[in-house]
Design a binder for this molecule. Structure first.
Ligand SMILES: C[S@@+](CC[C@H](N)C(=O)[O-])C[C@H]1O[C@@H](n2cnc3c(N)ncnc32)[C@H](O)[C@@H]1O
Length: 353
């Protein structure tokens, strides 16, 4: 046993918090995670302050506890020491994504010559990783997909990712996917009420839709995406999670669908297209039932933008569409680039008669 610092978090959010901490190398792998009642205590590596944990987006406590020691693999830095100079070691990204058995890094240009050995070091030091990719192109285009090169490992870029008791098959090189929205997904799923109809206008491979359907057996979800690859995985994931009776998939443009199949059907609309969701407020209005409902609007905000001012603009846009709005809540979900954040606004929207 060893005394160490840890984070105490509700089990419900444990998966989300662990993923973020692991992606930043903040979990002390030499100690075992403790389970007590409804809580997990995750041992921390390094100095972490309460303010550093704000980005987790869920309530956690910093604690000091006794942890059992783990039998351990060589750490990433042990594998890299001797291969990289101390200077280069400092440039190794502290944050990376793990999606199923795929690890995605974004190496700075200064490490480009050494990228293959770095990839091999990540592969050797991480359990359950099959390939390591380097992100070479940012997310772009209508489908919000990035460019990647293989650094280490074998096989393709299709993988199986697990979250909140659901499985998602996806190809990271063909569809958008991020594990960093896992807390937001379970939060939204927990707000859905029995009997509701949900429209997930930018559904991707279906993480919001399927988690909502799995956690709320009485709901119906309409999920659409314009990327044929995302649609194909969405259909497969609906089947893999056995929610065929609750989730219906559509291939196409959300705006077009909002005046055909999805017209006036939804109690709750999910708009997770932060780059341009504001351009689709008309689609949200069309998909809402005539008596209105709740819109979960995701947008990117620069650090200096006041979210209240932003909301005033959204309110005005809805007013022009003939709707009254009330802000239920808003939150900073994650940092997507230096000084740029992904925000979520939960808005009650009522079309005026
Ligand atoms: C940021 S991703 C979010 C995907 C999913 N909600 C998730 O959390 O993984 C946005 C998705 O919207 C899709 N998309 C973009 N424009 C669209 C449109 N006009 N109609 C429907 N889907 C669209 C993209 O293909 C992409 O899969």
């Amino acid at each position: 046993m060893r005394i160490g610092r840890g984070i105490r978090v509700k089990k419900l959010f444990g998966e989300h918090v662990l993923r973020i901490l692991r992606a930043r190398n903040l979990v002390d792998k030499s100690l075992l995670i403790k389970r007590t009642g409804d809580f997990l205590v995750i041992p921390l590596a390094g100095e972490v302050q309460k303010e550093d944990l704000r980005e987790l987006g869920v309530e956690v406590d910093l604690v000091v506890e006794e942890f059992e020691e783990a039998t351990r693999m060589p750490s990433l830095f042990e594998n890299l020491r001797g291969i990289l100079s101390e200077e280069d070691l400092k440039s190794i990204p502290r944050s990376y994504d793990v999606i199923g058995d795929v690890c995605i890094l974004q190496l700075p240009p200064v490490l480009y010559d050494r990228r293959r050995v770095i990839g091999e070091a990540f592969l050797k030091s991480m359990k359950n990783i099959r390939i390591v990719l380097n992100k070479t192109e940012p997310l772009s285009g209508e489908y919000r997909v990035g460019g990647y090169e293989l650094l280490a490992g074998e096989g393709g870029t299709e993988t199986i990712y697990r979250e909140h008791g659901c499985v998602f098959k996806l190809d990271v090189s063909r569809v958008f996917f991020t594990p960093r929205l896992s807390a937001e997904r379970i939060r939204v799923a927990s707000l859905v009420k029995p009997g509701e109809v949900v429209c997930d206008l930018f559904a991707g491979v279906g993480p919001f839709s399927i988690i909502i359907a799995k956690k709320n057996p009485g709901v119906k979800v309409h999920a659409c995406d314009i990327n044929p690859h995302a649609y194909q995985y969405l259909v497969e994931n609906i089947r893999l999670n056995r929610v065929e009776d609750r989730v219906k998939a559509y291939l196409g443009d959300a705006r077009e669908l909002s005046v055909t199949d999805l017209k006036n059907v939804g109690d709750r609309i999910i708009m997770n297209l932060p780059m341009s969701s504001e351009m689709y407020l008309d689609a949200a209005r069309n998909s809402l039932k005539k008596q209105g409902g709740v819109v979960h609007l995701h947008i990117f905000l620069e650090k200096d933008t006041d979210p209240n001012e932003k909301y005033a603009g959204i309110e005005e846009s809805f007013r022009r569409l003939g709707c009254e709005t009330r802000l239920l809540s808003s939150r900073r979900i994650r940092e997507v680039a230096p000084f740029k954040y992904h925000w979520g606004f939960d808005i009650e929207v009522k079309p005026k008669k």
